[in-house]
Write a protein that binds this ligand. Structure first.
Ligand code: PLP
Length: 456
């Protein structure tokens, strides 16, 4: 146990930012099941070139290379907003009256207000390096679209963002930021694609989903010269880029002679969690340490805790390759009253495999309990958390309260992925007592899972 007194915020030096990404797959005892083409054959690199730029297609399928050099051009941008601080939540510990030590890695210190910039910069760089003209993507809550807008503008690429319609209407300023970085933002479903037109023909009031926005963005990428598609979560390449979070956290904790007993992260598609846990999961797999690793998802979109481990499409239009993952079915639509992100039907294949093999746990949190934790945290630690991040706060506080009962002084590390300044409609609902929890019934989930591809 550490005898050092941790500062409230520990910043590494600029020269301690990782210069290599860590590829957790290289140390996994068993690889995640391969990505499949719609005909059931495992995808090869060339197969996905129409969608992803070449270097990223390579990273996506590379389960072997343990360390991958971060290009200098990417590192130059990382240095503008990294390293991110490792914070000790002294005030929260005191308020909870817990013997536990609570650390969090804060990734909200850039305009996207999230960890998403770590991968956006990398993906935009590789596209530029390949001589491409532009990119398409989707965004839900808006952080990914913002991060990619920043990255595309930096590297001089055009960008078209399909933004889930409910969130487009709820968060006009997200759109304004993306446009400030010269991105073109379109509410999805839209009449600009075949997929979008078909969905609108079936239901003109469809509020959209990440799955639908992905279908639209992919369609435009593969039909526009010089364009490729990029995704901000779920994919192996994104977890790879996000490993900078975990590598920095591990180094900072080492400086404090600390090692986490419990590591907690919110899980939408799994990218921040996959990045945060990467070096600790390596220790666990190699038998060097045995931390508990906990994913926290919304009860309204419970892929890990109530989904099925199966091959599924990554989009609603069923146009993408298939991934073996915990999924609620590609047609699943979380209720519109669920605030913030974490609304994706599937989960990172890497994390799905690790969860399936018993290396990690998952819990689901209800929205009002999440906002209760968010508000307490904001008052004590001065950061207004993103609703997504607040799922991790909820679980960390619950673990700390358990420590209070047992008297154990555990070391808890959680990922504070971002800030919630664009989620004030949800905060207002919570403050006014009008927030509700809409949890899907077993029948609704069964109906959605009915649509899973058969015979795979
Ligand atoms: C996107 C996002 C998440 C969830 O995405 P993951 O890929 O699961 O990490 C969590 N927090 C914030 C702030 C986000 O922007």
């Amino acid at each position: 146990m550490s005898t050092k007194k941790a500062p409230h915020r520990l910043y590494l030096n600029e020269n301690e930012i990782p210069t290599r990404w860590y590829n957790l797959r290289a140390d996994m005892k068993e690889q995640p099941d391969p990505m499949l083409l719609p005909n059931g054959v495992p995808a090869k690199e060339e197969d996905i070139y129409p969608v992803f730029c070449k270097q990223l297609a390579h990273q996506e399928l590379d389960g072997e290379t343990r360390w991958i050099d971060i290009p200098d051009e990417v590192l130059e941008v990382y240095k503008v907003y990294r390293p991110s601080p490792l914070c000790r939540a002294y005030n929260l510990e005191k308020a909870l009256d817990t013997p536990a030590k609570i650390y969090y890695k804060f990734e909200g210190n850039n305009t996207s207000g999230s960890h998403k910039l770590n991968s956006a910069i990398a993906q935009a760089y590789y596209a530029k390096d390949e001589g491409l003209r532009g990119l398409t993507t989707e965004t839900g809550a808006g952080q990914w679209g913002t991060a990619l807008s920043e990255a595309a503008a930096y590297f001089g690429l055009e960008l078209i963002v399909y933004m889930v319609k409910v969130s487009y209407n709820q968060k006009p300023f997200r759109k304004a930021i993306m446009e400030t970085f010269d991105a073109k933002v379109i509410a999805s479903p839209s009449d600009t694609t075949n997929v979008g037109r078909a969905i609108l023909a079936a239901d003109a009031d469809d509020g959209g989903s990440l799955g639908t926005a992905i279908s639209e963005a992919v369609e435009v990428a593969v039909t526009t010269e010089g364009y490729r598609y990029v995704l901000g979560s779920v994919l192996n390449q994104v977890l790879l880029h996000q490993s900078v979070i975990g590598l920095e956290a591990a180094l900072a904790l080492e400086k404090l002679d600390e090692y986490p007993d419990i590591i907690i992260g919110c899980a939408g598609g799994g990218s921040n969690l996959g990045g945060l846990i990467a070096p600790f999961m390596r220790d666990k797999i190699l038998g060097k340490a045995d931390p508990r690793i906990v994913a926290v998802e919304p009860a309204s979109c419970p892929s890990f805790t109530r989904g099925k481990y199966a091959y599924d499409f990554c989009d609603t239009g069923k146009t993408t390759p298939l991934a073996k993952m915990y999924t609620l079915g590609s047609g699943f639509k979380p209720s519109a009253n669920h605030a913030g992100g974490l609304r994706y039907h599937g989960m990172s294949p890497i994390l799905s495999k690790l969860y399936h093999d018993g290396y990690m746990e998952a819990v689901a949190a209800e929205q009002t309990a999440v906002f209760e934790a968010a508000k307490q945290f904001a008052k004590l630690e001065t950061i207004l958390p993103a609703p997504e991040s607040a799922h991790a706060i909820r679980a960390a506080a619950d673990e700390a309260l358990r420590c209070k009962e047992t008297g154990e002084a555990k070391t808890i590390l959680f990922g504070l992925t971002g800030t919630g300044y664009f989620d004030m409609t949800a905060y207002s609902q919570y403050n006014e007592g009008t927030m509700t929890d809409r949890i899907p019934t077993d029948e609704e989930l069964a109906a959605s899972l009915e649509g899973l591809p058969k015979n795979l």
